[in-house]
Design a protein around this ligand. Structure first.
Ligand SMILES: CC(C)(COP(=O)(O)OP(=O)(O)OC[C@H]1O[C@@H](n2cnc3c(N)ncnc32)[C@H](O)[C@@H]1OP(=O)(O)O)[C@@H](O)C(=O)NCCC(=O)NCCS
Length: 333
């Protein structure tokens, strides 16, 4: 039997500070009703000042390692997905490597935004099946709340995002046992790059930062929400269908669909388009908002720890985000 990648541990961490829609009402021009109706979000977690995506990712990584019964010394490669690194460079992969005390192993940052965890998992899968590495830590972590525009101009985005991190440990298996990663499918369309993006910092600009950039608030993320919505509800089902086809399975075989938690209306529409009962769709956006690359590993870990996954369950993860990027991963639990 050929080598397959298995998930041997999962973990997640969200910062303790809970911010409700009513809290947001006090600091910006929005209402609980607007947010709940448009997105299904009621609360999200915000990191304290001084806490960045590396710190959240580190805690999620520790929990995934504990779950896998592995120590940092067992890990031989790290792949970290984030669009909100503590610094522009270096990435959080090496920072987590140093903080865990993993010696001098390689660490890679993946920049695929909301699809980042599945992209990272796919890269890990290639390394494992090639025999390059044997125990890879895949971690996705985001702190978005420190760079959102809470004025009217940015309120469409500001209410959606939350902070958090999720992680998984992956290893090889050659006896068909364990939680097997069956396939990953990665897609992108850079023609839509500006629809959901952050303009500054921008290395094409000389100098990169000007006072005008700050006046125009170009350092905040911006999106055309309707175009994101329309594309997300087409692309995620497409990615799921690619996973089904590659594995010779149908939608009826899917025990759990774990979509990126972008907006609950998006998740429900994806389910409807695929014809999958809503009870099989993992939805936790109500409590966390959109945690970007971290949303899927947080949802996966919660589902695992709640004991909802049975041995042999077929689950599909799917994501869509800035780039545009979109992706799926199929897992036999
Ligand atoms: C952002 C989103 C919720 C907006 O919903 P929508 O149905 O497109 O918005 P609507 O047309 O109903 O409402 C827009 C109005 O609400 C206002 N509005 C925007 N944000 C608001 C907020 N937080 N509170 C109150 N009003 C708000 C707008 O100014 C606009 O007002 P106007 O009609 O007077 O100009 C929706 O487009 C969306 O979820 N898109 C996908 C976003 C996403 O998932 N991004 C991340 C992808 S990984």
């Amino acid at each position: 039997m050929s080598v397959q990648t298995i998930i041997t541990g999962t973990g997640h961490y969200v910062p303790p500070k809970v911010v409700s829609n009513f809290d947001l009402e006090k600091i910006m021009n929005t209402t609980d009703d607007w947010i709940v109706q448009r997105s299904g979000i009621r609360t999200r977690h915000y990191a304290e000042d001084g806490v960045g995506s590396m710190a959240l990712g580190l805690e999620a990584a520790r929990r995934a390692l504990d779950d896998a019964r592995r120590s940092p010394a067992d890990i031989d490669f790290i792949i970290a997905a984030t669009l909100s690194p503590d610094q522009y460079f270096p990435g959080i992969g090496v920072q987590i490597q140093a903080a865990l005390g993993c010696g001098t192993i390689g660490a890679l940052d993946v920049r695929a935004q909301c699809s980042g965890f599945i992209y990272a998992l796919s890269v890990a899968d290639q390394f494992i099946r090639a025999g390059t590495y044997r125990r890879i830590l895949v971690v996705a972590s985001e702190v978005q709340s420190h760079n959102l525009d809470y004025s009217d101009e940015g309120r469409d985005m500001a209410v959606l995002f939350g902070d958090g991190a999720g992680a998984a440990v992956v290893e090889p298996s050659s006896d068909g046992r364990g939680h097997r990663l069956l396939s990953t499918h990665l897609f992108g369309d850079g023609r839509f790059a500006k629809v959901l993006s952050m303009e500054t910092p921008n290395s094409a600009k000389n100098p990169t930062f000007t006072p005008e950039d700050f006046e125009k608030k170009l350092y905040y993320p911006r999106m055309d929400g309707k175009r994101v919505f329309i594309n997300a509800v087409e692309r995620m089902p497409e990615a799921v269908r690619a996973a089904l086809e590659a594995n010779g399975l149908t939608i009826d075989d899917v025990a759990w669909l774990i979509p990126h938690q972008a907006n609950d209306r998006i998740s429900l529409m994806v389910a409807q388009k695929l014809g999958i009962p809503v009870e099989k769709v993992v939805r936790n956006i109500e409590r966390y908002g959109n945690t970007t690359a971290a949303s899927i590993p947080i949802a996966l870990d919660e589902t695992v720890k709640a004991g909802r996954l049975k041995t042999g369950d077929f689950l599909v993860l799917t994501a869509f985000g800035s780039g545009f990027t979109w992706a799926s991963a199929a897992i036999r639990w």
